[in-house]
Unconditional design. Structure first.
Ligand SMILES: Nc1nc2c(ncn2[C@@H]2O[C@H](COP(=O)(O)OP(=O)(O)OP(=O)(O)O)[C@@H](O)[C@H]2O)c(=O)[nH]1
Ligand SMILES: [Mg+2]
Length: 389
C-alpha cells in the first residue's frame, strides 16, 4: 500500500508539478477510497464442528483388484518372445480405526470406496497394490451389520476393523505360461472388492451416566463435580448431546461421568429428544437418577425413568444405581425429599448442584458404587469382546 501511495504521489507531481501537499493528499485519499478491502473467501464460523452425529449407515466398497494384462513380447530379432502380460495390483481395504482425536461421526461419508489396484501392463509390469483407506472414528464406536449383528467394538485408540476388503489383482497371461501352453491367451480380471452395508454407532465411553428429566440439574451437577462445561439454562432440553466429564480424586483415581440429554415419559416412543441417545447409557457401569425436588411427586420421575430405560433395553434399569435428589436448597425440597424417600427402596442422596451442598459425600458414594461393580462389568465387557472376535 505504501508503494502504491508513493507511485500515486509521483504520478500527480509529474502531472501538476506545482500542486500543493494538501491537494495531493486529498486526491490520493479519494482515489484510494475506491479500493475496497478484499472479502474473505468463506465465512469465519462453520456449524460443521458443532453438530454431533452418533449414528450413521455406511456403504463400504473395498477397492477392486487391477486387471491382469494379456500381451506377447516382440523384439527386433525374436518375433515370438512369449507372453509378457503383468499381474494387476490388489485393491485397498477400507479400515475403520478408533482415534481419540475424533468426537463425532459427522465427517463420516455414507459411501466409502477403497482405491482400485492398478492394471498390469506388458513387459511383465505388475500393477501397483493400492494403499488402504483409513476412516477415523471416535472411541466407543460399535460397528454392526444391518441385521443387528455386532461386528466390532472399537474401544481403545488404534482398535480397527476392516469394513471392506480389497479385491486381489488379476493375473496376467505370463502367469499361465506352461510347457503345454506356450502362448496363453488368457488373463484374469481383478477381483471385486468386498461390499458391506454397515451401521456405525457411537456409544459414549463413561463409567457413570446421569439420567433425569429435563431441567433436573444434570448439567449443573456435571459442572460441579468435573471440569466439563456443559451449557446450563432454565429451559428443557438444553443439553442435546451427551457430555462427558472426568471426576478426579486426590489419589489420582478417575471416573468418567456422562451427562445424557433429558428423558421424558414416552421417550421410548421417540417423544422429546427420543431414545436414540440412550445407546450411550449402555456402556455405563452405574447410573445416577437425578431427581428434581421442586416437583411435588418426585418419586414419579424415578419410576418413569426406570420404565423408559426398561422399554429401551431389557435389564438396563437394573444397573447399579443411586438416586440423587437435587435442588435441596429450595424451600419445598424438604417436604418433597421425605415423600421421595418414602416411595423408593434405594438410598437417596440429597444435594444441591448449584449451591454445592452434599457433593463430597456424593462423589465418595459414586466411587464406592463404581469400584464395587467395575471389575464385574470389565469381565462382562471382555467376555462380550471375545464373543465378537
Ligand atoms: N435452586 C437450584 N437450581 C438448580 C440446581 N441445580 C440446577 N438448577 C437450575 O436448574 C436449571 C436447569 O439446570 P440444568 O443443569 O441445565 O438441567 P439439565 O438437567 O441439564 O437440563 P436439560 O439439559 O434440559 O436436560 C438451571 O436454571 C439451573 O440453574 C440446584 O441445586 N438448586
Ligand atoms: Mg443439561
Amino acid at each position: 500500500m505504501k508503494t502504491f501511495v508513493t507511485c500515486a504521489r509521483l504520478a500527480l507531481t509529474s502531472w501538476k508539478p506545482n500542486a500543493s501537499r494538501e491537494f495531493i493528499r486529498k486526491t490520493v485519499k479519494a482515489r484510494l477510497s475506491t479500493y475496497k478491502p478484499l472479502l474473505p473467501e468463506s465465512n469465519k464460523g462453520t456449524t460443521e464442528a458443532k453438530y454431533f452425529v452418533d449414528y450413521k449407515e455406511v456403504e463400504v466398497f473395498g477397492g477392486d483388484g487391477g486387471d491382469g494384462c494379456m500381451s506377447f513380447a516382440k523384439y527386433p530379432h525374436v518375433e515370438f518372445a512369449g507372453p509378457d502380460g503383468g499381474d494387476g495390483g490388489n485393491g485397498g481395504h477400507v479400515i475403520f480405526i478408533a482415534s481419540n482425536m475424533k468426537k463425532s461421526l459427522n465427517k463420516l461419508e455414507s459411501t466409502v470406496k477403497g482405491i482400485r489396484g492398478i492394471d498390469g501392463t506388458s513387459r511383465n509390469c505388475h500393477g501397483a497394490t493400492m494403499t488402504h483407506t483409513y476412516i477415523q472414528v471416535p472411541l466407543g464406536t460399535v460397528i454392526s451389520s444391518t441385521n443387528g449383528q455386532e461386528l466390532a467394538n472399537l474401544e481403545c485408540d488404534g482398535d480397527y476393523y476392516v469394513g471392506g476388503r480389497g479385491g486381489a489383482g488379476g493375473r496376467g497371461n505370463k502367469f499361465f505360461l506352461s510347457n503345454e501352453n506356450r502362448a496363453p491367451t488368457v488373463a484374469e480380471k481383478g477381483a471385486k472388492g468386498e461390499y458391506q452395508h454397515l451401521r456405525v454407532e457411537l456409544r459414549t465411553m463413561a463409567n457413570v451416566g446421569l439420567i433425569g428429566f429435563p431441567n433436573a440439574g444434570k448439567s449443573t451437577l456435571l459442572r460441579s463435580i468435573t471440569r466439563a462445561k456443559p451449557k446450563v439454562a432454565a429451559y428443557p432440553f438444553t443439553t442435546r448431546n451427551p457430555f462427558v466429564g472426568i471426576m478426579e480424586f486426590s489419589d489420582h483415581v478417575q471416573i468418567t461421568v456422562a451427562d445424557i440429554p433429558g428423558l421424558i415419559t414416552g421417550a421410548h416412543k421417540n417423544m422429546g429428544l427420543g431414545f436414540s441417545f440412550l445407546q450411550h447409557i449402555q456402556r455405563c457401569t452405574c447410573l445416577l437418577y437425578v431427581i428434581d425436588l421442586s416437583y411435588t411427586e418426585p418419586w414419579t420421575q424415578y419410576k418413569a425413568l426406570q420404565y423408559e430405560l426398561e422399554q429401551y433395553k431389557e435389564g438396563l434399569s437394573t444397573r447399579p444405581c443411586l438416586i440423587v435428589a437435587n435442588k435441596v436448597d429450595l424451600s419445598v425440597a424438604k417436604q418433597n425429599l421425605d415423600v421421595l424417600k418414602a416411595h423408593v427402596d434405594l438410598p437417596v442422596l440429597a444435594i444441591s448442584a448449584a449451591k454445592k451442598i452434599g457433593l463430597e459425600e456424593l462423589m465418595m458414594e459414586i466411587r464406592q458404587l463404581y469400584e464395587r461393580h467395575a471389575s464385574k462389568a470389565d469381565k462382562e465387557k471382555t467376555e462380550e469382546r471375545n464373543k465378537v472376535s
